[in-house]
Design a protein around this ligand. Structure first.
Ligand code: NAP
Length: 246
């Protein structure tokens, strides 16, 4: 899974799945721009990337703002020389049942998960178009395919990311840009650690593999899609969920 000397940019890279993806890409040979709204926490992931012998560039960004995404891509290209791989990973939840869901909770999730993916992709596509190649990997969710009670906003945003992925894949396949999504199931992160033990056990009992996934499971698939091995794969949604949704 070679991404030797490629330049990658990962959003939401300060922690969780994004941090593991950024570090995995560096271990496979890429320089990585690590971008997050939470700038302070980017220092640790930069150390991990540099320990793997690659360049790290921390950038503070709010992906819901197009102007900030434009500036982020420009800074990455100016500093690292090009942009080969974009991983749209930044995402939030604002969970509650529909009866209690406030308009603001709906809007916040759409702004970050869906508009953020649009903003970063729009900002990056011109550079990739000029380079005649690139890899865009969007982090969706199993809930975008199967729904989840208490997550109407989140599930809708992640389903929309799948549609966006397929449309952009069709637009840019002719110039060597692939666009794919990965849809993780329940992954062991701070988010799932916070779920009460009883609920967690109920969740795990629904998974045929009888265990949560790891951020590394997601990162391995992202590294594959980012690599030269995956050049003929585009417009796909790869599910990583231990059989929870087939
Ligand atoms: P996480 O631990 O909350 O990490 C997400 C990162 O994105 C955080 O550092 C967060 O900063 C940052 N972020 C939030 N809003 C942002 C914005 N507007 N601009 C830039 N950065 C922003 O989440 P995770 O569990 O690793 O999830 C990563 C991705 O995988 C998300 O898209 C999520 O929907 C998806 N996913 C996760 C699971 C799972 O089980 N964990 C399953 C399926 C899909 P703050 O902490 O300051 O908000």
């Amino acid at each position: 899974m070679n991404v030797q000397d490629k330049v990658a940019l990962v959003t939401g890279a300060a922690q969780g799945i994004g941090r593991v993806i950024a570090t995995a890409l560096a271990r496979q040979g890429a320089d990585v721009a690590v971008c997050d709204i939470n700038e302070e926490s980017l220092q640790d992931v930069c150390k991990d990337i540099e320990a793997a012998g690659r360049k790290a560039l921390p950038i503070r960004v709010d992906v819901s703002q197009l102007s900030e995404c434009d500036a982020m891509i420009k800074q990455a290209v100016d500093s690292l020389g090009k942009l080969d791989i974009l991983v749209n990973n930044a995402g939030i939840t604002r969970d509650t049942v529909l009866l209690r869901m406030k308009e603001e909770q709906w809007d916040q999730v759409m702004q970050v998960n869906l508009k953020g993916t649009f903003n970063c992709t729009k900002a990056a596509i011109r550079t990739m178009f000029k380079q005649k190649g690139g890899r865009i990997i969007n982090i969706s969710s199993v809930t975008g395919a199967m729904g989840n009670p208490g997550q109407a906003n989140y599930s809708a945003s992640k389903a929309a990311v799948m549609g966006f992925t397929k449309a952009v894949a069709r637009e840019y396949a002719h110039c060597g840009i692939t666009v794919n999504a990965v849809a993780p199931g329940f992954i062991q992160t701070a988010m799932t650690d916070a779920i009460p033990e009883k609920e967690r056990e109920a969740m795990i009992s629904q998974i045929p593999a009888k265990q949560l996934g790891t951020p590394e499971d997601v990162a391995n698939t992202v590294c594959f899609l980012a690599s030269d091995l995956a050049g003929y794969i585009t417009g796909q949604v790869i599910h990583i969920n231990g059989g929870l949704y087939m």
